[in-house]
Design a protein around this ligand. Structure first.
Ligand code: HEC
Ligand code: HEC
Length: 262
């Protein structure tokens, strides 16, 4: 083999290897979207989906001249036959569901029925398209209601932060498809610090009609799943996005074994 030929081979090999490395780096960088610092944004977007107004403190509400009383009337897109009234009809989850499946999911019947489809089709879509939807005439969310930063987080949540809940919750039995025993130590070292060992330390509703962690996990597993992935708007509730989805599900399977009432 002459010198020139072997130089060519070495050169070609170097190019091939560096191209392969570049594409591996790209794939890795793409995956990084779902990791690390972006998890903060995804969880914020999830809380906005839950209740964007709950993210705003009294001061901000005042500065933006947003008054709860302005939301006494229903969101214009809320159907007349729907049974909810006022502020709650402005929450994304009220029309599109805790399971992101709207009429094809848990809100396909019952008191939250609207007949509106979910947002699953927008998973992996370009977030800027989703921002346009939030700002479109039908949705009508102004920057005073949902500022640009929150709208971006919300769009990113829909594009990259939702899950297909039917893979993790059996719809008929409402049971999490997970191993409660794998969730115990997470529950005892994280959740129990605030919710208590039996889940009684925080009552989500009233003294007369109490709702505890065990109550919610069994009554509305889709809501519980959304909450542990994203936290609770305006409250010191953690987001468990740092651990694998299956671990989140195992923790929730454990919470379904907690007592539903005192
Ligand atoms: C009052 C009801 C209502 C609320 C609240 C609501 N939407 Fe919608 N949304 C709709 C309707 C109606 C459509 C159109 C559905 C159709 O085309 O059948 C829609 C469509 C969408 C779509 C496109 C779905 C698709 O597959 O075409 C996205 C994404 C979306 N909404 C996101 C949001 C976000 C984010 C929020 C909260 C900031 C929100 N929506 C709040 C009623 C609502
Ligand atoms: C730092 C305290 C804290 C920790 C840790 C914590 N939570 Fe929470 N959690 C809260 C608070 C505060 C709320 C909101 C209560 C309210 O005002 O409704 C909440 C709300 C919830 C809700 C929503 C209930 C509802 O109906 O609105 C669920 C579900 C939940 N937590 C589950 C968990 C699980 C599971 C863990 C462990 C992975 C956990 N939490 C860890 C403080 C905490």
């Amino acid at each position: 083999m002459n010198k020139q030929r072997s130089f060519k081979i070495v050169f070609a090999t170097l190019i091939t290897v560096s191209l392969a490395l570049t594409s591996m780096w790209r794939a890795w960088a793409d995956d990084e979207m779902d990791d690390g610092e972006d998890q903060f944004i995804l969880a914020l977007g999830g809380r906005a989906y839950d209740n964007w107004m709950g993210l705003l403190d009294q001061h901000t509400l005042k500065m933006r001249n947003l008054d709860r009383r302005k939301f006494l009337s229903n969101h214009p897109a809320y159907p007349k036959e729907g049974r909810k009234r006022g502020l709650t009809t402005w929450r994304c989850k009220e029309c599109h569901g805790w399971d992101y499946k709207g009429v094809d999911g848990a809100y396909g019947s019952g008191s939250h029925y609207t007949g509106i489809k979910g947002v699953r089709a927008y998973e992996n879509k370009d977030p800027s398209q989703i921002i346009n939807i939030i700002r479109d005439e039908r949705h009508g969310y102004s920057e005073k209601m949902i500022d640009d930063e929150t709208a971006q987080a919300l769009a990113l949540f829909i594009a990259k932060g939702q899950v297909d809940m039917d893979r993790y919750i059996d719809r008929a039995s409402k049971k999490f498809i997970g191993t409660a025993a794998n969730g115990t130590s997470y529950y005892m070292t994280i959740c129990a610090m605030c919710h208590g060992v039996k889940g009684f330390a925080i009552n989500f509703k009233t003294a007369d009609h109490p709702e505890y962690l065990g109550t919610v996990a069994n009554k509305n597993p889709w809501e519980a799943f959304h909450k542990i992935r994203n936290g609770h708007p305006g409250k010191e509730m953690v987001s468990m996005r740092a651990v694998d989805v299956q671990v989140q599900v195992d923790i929730l399977a454990y919470t379904q074994g907690l007592p539903v009432k005192k």
